[in-house]
Design a protein around this ligand. Structure first.
Ligand code: TYD
Length: 190
């Protein structure tokens, strides 16, 4: 079983991924919890670029793909083959959303990724309006930069929701408390 959690910044993905991993571990399942960007060399480069200056759009897209290829080869595919439950905090739907918002065609990004990255069994899209998300991440949205960030997140949210009708996708309202969102996720999985 392969579960992916997606959504814009501030929706609580990391908290929910951890809670879900705890839930299944308590149930006696062997769980592998991971995230993208990864903690590997390409992931580290991407995280650093948030502080040292963003890569060019092409370089950034290319680096997310390199990071994911390595993640699939070294961790995701072997864990799934060994019958483990894999839970990911972000995956190629984030590339569709964020690099899509940067100008690339989300559908093309999806096709390129699905050539090497396994499609999840379940995609949980944590959905939250951008104002609430910005408040949660401590950014009120009244400077030029934050204004740009708001428009960008609106576009990302739209792209995430564009896959909501896939049979493996479930939209989860992320407005509620972490406990209630966790309950909604368990209910959706059941
Ligand atoms: P994030 O999960 O927010 O990491 P952290 O919690 O450590 O800040 O991911 C960092 C950023 O990377 C986030 O703003 C989304 C972006 N991102 C992409 O642009 N494309 C991708 O393919 C992925 C996986 C993430």
């Amino acid at each position: 079983m392969f579960i992916v959690i997606e959504g814009i910044d501030g929706t609580g993905k990391s908290t929910q991924a951890r809670k879900l991993a705890e839930h299944f571990t308590a149930d006696g399942r062997e769980v592998v919890l991971s995230r993208e960007p990864t903690d590997g060399p390409w992931g580290a480069l991407l995280r650093n670029s948030a502080e040292t200056g963003r890569l060019s759009p092409e370089e950034e897209l290319e680096t997310f793909l390199k990071d994911r290829r390595q993640h699939v080869e070294q961790l995701i595919a072997p864990a799934l083959e060994a019958g483990k439950l894999v839970i990911l905090d972000r995956y190629y739907f984030s590339t569709m959303a964020y690099q899509g918002a940067r100008g690339f065609d989300p559908q093309k990004i999806r096709e390129d990724n699905e050539l090497f990255a396994p499609v999840p069994d379940i995609l949980l899209i944590l959905d939250l309006d951008v104002d609430t998300a910005l408040t949660r991440i401590g950014s009120r949205g009244d400077t030029a930069n934050e204004f740009e960030q708001r428009a960008n997140l609106e576009r990302c949210r739209e792209i995430f929701l564009s896959v909501k009708d896939e049979p493996f996708a479930r939209v989860i309202d992320a407005t509620a408390s972490a406990e209630d969102v966790a309950k909604a996720i368990i209910a959706a999985l059941a």
